[in-house]
Design a protein around this ligand. Sequence first.
Ligand SMILES: [Cu+2]
Length: 323
Amino acid sequence: MRTVTRLAGFVVGLAAVFGATYGVGRLVDPAPVADSRHDGGAVHATGEHDEATDRLPGGLLVSDRGYTLEPVDAPADEFAFRVTGPDGRPVTRYDVAHDKRMHLIVARRDLSGFRHVHPDLAPDGTWRVDTPLAGPGQWRAFADFTPTGGEPLTLGVDVTVPGELTERPLPAPATSTTVDGYTVTLTGAPTPGRTSPFTLTVNRDGQPVTDLEPYLGAYGHLVALRRGDLAYLHVHPDGTPGDGRTQPGPAVTFLAEVPSAGSYRLYLDFRHGGTVHTAEFTVVTGTPPAGTPTADAPPTGGDPSGPAPTGGADHGTPGHGHN
Ligand SMILES: [Cu+2]
């Protein structure tokens, strides 16, 4: 587990290389992403993985351990896929993890458009959901699941939605953002090379929110995607509702371990007033401590887009219903 989460961190070299490839680093005037669709939340545990894939963060492979993610033709308003197993046939039995048998996360390559939804499984192994792909672009779809009898997996596949693509700059790093009238503040930061707690605090109208509602078994769910290759970082909540020490807000604490510097986008889902809200942050980790393995390129310790006063205030839309 430690190995997986540690290696699932952020490598600035990759970010720099792939950032150039996808163009996400070339815009220097970050602006709020006004109409991304946000939904749901995810903090999904990983299991013990074999050595070969221990070295990869989640979501980078379309096929792993004999399981393959396959998009299925579907009407335009629907997204469908299946997972084939080691026997080549669609998997039809899944374990429940974080209240669901399948967590589908999508984001564009520029890290906009994040959504987290829960598809329905047909008897033939096909998962279907109202499409979470909000318009044209190069999308990455992540299926986070545990096949019955297997280990937790996150597989990823590229999906293109044709049409005129407007690439969105990554909002600048920020420690506070506003969504649906809630102000969410980030304290602490992932520190390269060690497990780091960081806390997100939810306020509304200047008052701390102390009655957060459990959502997928926690008071908050966090997905982190690495800029450049969209590696999917598993982040674990520190405490669960009903454990006698975890309060329903205003603070929700997570644990993550990142091995190196880099830029990434955090998507925090929390539930309040019966609605799921998503707060997004861009975070840039610092230079890793001496002796910490890093990527092929030297760490830069900074975001190529540079700081900007307007960043980080992007707004999410209310979440979809979880089913
Ligand atoms: Cu989910």
